[in-house]
Write a protein that binds this ligand. Structure first.
Ligand code: 1GP
Length: 246
């Protein structure tokens, strides 16, 4: 039987190994290139394909279908909103944007999506989604109409993650926002990892092998890279090499 997505992240955390997810935003990948991108990620050693985006200009379900058909690794929906659901995927991150105070992203979208998700057969993974200031106003900040946690306030980030843990979330996603000029500070990741046992995902603004390595060293089990690989698809090999060193 296939290992569930959450189990494989938890097992990596326990083993001290690291994982890499490539984010595919269907709006930024023409449908006729999706199969090629998917094969590229699988062949080079990505662990997961995350699918999601802020808007919905293209067919989300169509994109997930093509990705899943061509993928040998789990396909995980990382939704921008309740419209981004497809039973073709393997898992769904049920994100609660707990750094913000917008009820729509704390419970409203979840209720809107509930019937579809309940009946989808997808592995649903409740996830604390924590936006940390990455030096740029990002789409997630604007679309959610929430304020990120200041990057130099690791205690607030930790308190937020603690609240998420006590609410029963299974993952903590520390997000600087897609295309952020700075990733989540390693000190913030470390501060949370030192106090909370839940696996940490770090994403947003990771562009270099050093930034990726810093995210892992400071305690992230899974890193997510999108923009850098959209701009430089050939950079995936060096990122995978960083992951393999752990
Ligand atoms: C965004 O964490 C992801 O939600 C990836 O961000 O596009 O900056 O890599 P980038």
């Amino acid at each position: 039987m296939l290992e569930s997505v959450f189990s494989s992240i938890l097992n990596a955390q326990i083993a001290g190994t690291k994982l890499l997810a490539v984010l595919i935003d269907p709006d930024k990948h023409p449908l006729n290139r999706l199969a090629e991108t998917t094969l590229h990620v699988c062949n080079l050693g990505g662990d997961f394909i995350f699918v999601g985006g802020s808007l919905l200009q293209s067919s989300f379900a169509g994109a997930v279908h093509i990705i899943k058909e061509n993928s040998t690794i789990p396909v995980v929906i990382f939704p921008g909103n309740a419209m981004q659901i497809s039973a073709d995927a393997d898992a769904f991150l049920l994100l609660s944007l707990i750094s913000g105070r917008n009820p729509d992203f704390l419970i409203g979208q979840h209720v809107a999506a509930a019937y579809s998700l309940w009946n989808s057969g997808l592995e649903i993974i409740p996830t604390s989604y924590i936006l940390i200031d990455g030096g740029t106003r990002t789409s997630v900040e604007y679309m959610s109409q929430t304020m990120p946690i200041p990057s130099m306030k690791p205690d607030i980030a930790l308190a937020t993650a603690m609240a998420g843990a006590m609410l029963g979330h299974k993952l903590i996603y520390l997000e600087a926002g897609s295309g952020a000029s700075m990733p989540v500070p390693p000190a913030t990741i470390r501060h949370i990892a030192n106090h909370i046992q839940i696996p940490i995902i770090a994403g947003g603004g990771i562009r270099t092998t050093t930034q990726l390595s810093d995210a892992y060293t400071s305690g992230a089990t899974l890193a997510v890279v999108g923009t850098h690989l959209e701009e430089h698809p050939n950079a995936l090999a060096e990122l995978v090499n960083v992951k393999k060193k752990f």
